[in-house]
Write a protein that binds this ligand. Structure first.
Ligand SMILES: Nc1ncnc2c1ncn2[C@@H]1O[C@H](COP(=O)(O)OP(=O)(O)OP(=O)(O)O)[C@@H](O)[C@H]1O
Ligand SMILES: [Mg+2]
Length: 290
């Protein structure tokens, strides 16, 4: 994988690309999974979506990619727009065609298909022209030379890191403007996880692909992302530049289960108050911690 630890050079454009406003969602018309999710991802940004187990990260991504109904879930309030157009009446394939591709949680390769067959599945429309498929494969193999070596190997026989590269490569075959990833580093060795995030940043900075990545490894995500949103019980409770969140031990401790355990309850209450005061429909406001 390519390395991407060098300081940022290309400033993110300010144009909102993905706007999620005041979204609530349920499963089985009964289980409330999201109660107030408002977030904006600007074109060219890499944004992390953080939060504990069950906080609503996957549901938020499924709402964006229109995969909720497959899980007997639905958006019950709010709006989601990509590049100015509402996505709430679209099907999952329409969202991919708009330029949003999702890498699902858990790699999701077809184990008995070869790496290359897994990649080809991601080319938009089964009848995508051969030339486009060949170009897409070449692009993916340039990003992940290891996949070129394993192109004829069954995906199920590849390492966890290689399967995750295959899953990401498959999403890239659709040539997306915006890539959604659901906990891509789960189960990967720390070095491989770091390489994966370094790759995402190269993709973001050099190819201009906007990235929204749900991740439980907040330390890693905050090192590479521009900004982050933190979910708690289906609500965005905190947002801000990753560089700021990264330095705040109290935030890391209370919201992300990391960092200095001596941070005071007073800080937590202050954050909670600030979170409650956030406008429910203001999709662009950023809460600046401290
Ligand atoms: N398919 C489903 N059917 C019913 N309830 C669900 C389903 N998927 C998620 N939920 C519930 O919705 C809430 C949000 O879950 P979600 O999977 O979005 O959280 P998450 O932040 O992705 O968690 P994790 O870190 O464990 O992946 C939880 O209460 C969860 O139990
Ligand atoms: Mg999840």
């Amino acid at each position: 994988m390519t390395r991407g630890d060098e300081p940022l050079r290309v400033p993110a454009s300010k144009r909102p690309l993905l706007v999620v406003a005041d979204v609530a969602a349920t499963y089985e018309s009964a289980i409330i999974a999201l109660s107030d999710v408002t977030m904006t991802v600007r074109e060219g940004e890499m944004v992390a979506l953080l939060g504990a187990n069950g906080s609503g990260k996957t549901t938020t991504l499924r709402a964006i990619s229109r995969l909720l109904s497959a899980e007997r879930g639905q958006v019950t309030r709010g709006s989601i727009a990509f590049d100015g157009a509402s996505t709430l009446r679209l099907g999952p394939a329409d969202v991919v065609a708009l330029g949003v591709a999702q890498v699902l949680e858990g790699r999701r390769c077809f184990p008995s298909l070869t790496v290359e067959e897994n990649l080809v599945v991601g080319a938009v429309g089964g009848g995508a022209r051969r030339r486009l498929v060949a170009d897409g494969l070449q692009r993916v193999y340039n990003y992940f030379p290891r996949l070129a070596e394993k192109r004829r190997v069954a995906a199920g026989l590849c390492s966890g890191g290689e399967q995750q590269m295959t899953a990401i490569g498959r999403a890239l075959m659709a040539n997306p403007r915006c890539l959604l990833l659901d906990e891509p580093t789960i189960g990967l060795a720390p070095l491989v996880a770091r390489e994966l995030f370094a790759f995402l940043r190269v993709l973001n900075r050099e190819e201009g692909v906007t990235v929204l990545v749900a991740e439980q490894n907040a330390t890693l995500a905050l090192r590479y992302a521009d900004r982050a949103y933190v979910l708690e019980h289906g609500t965005v409770v905190l947002e801000g530049p990753a560089a700021e969140l990264r330095l705040r031990d109290d935030i890391k401790h209370f919201y992300l289960g990391l960092g200095d355990s001596t941070a005071s309850n007073a800080s937590r209450s202050a954050f909670d108050r600030a979170a409650r005061q956030r406008g429910r429909t203001d999709s662009s406001r950023e809460y600046r911690a401290g």
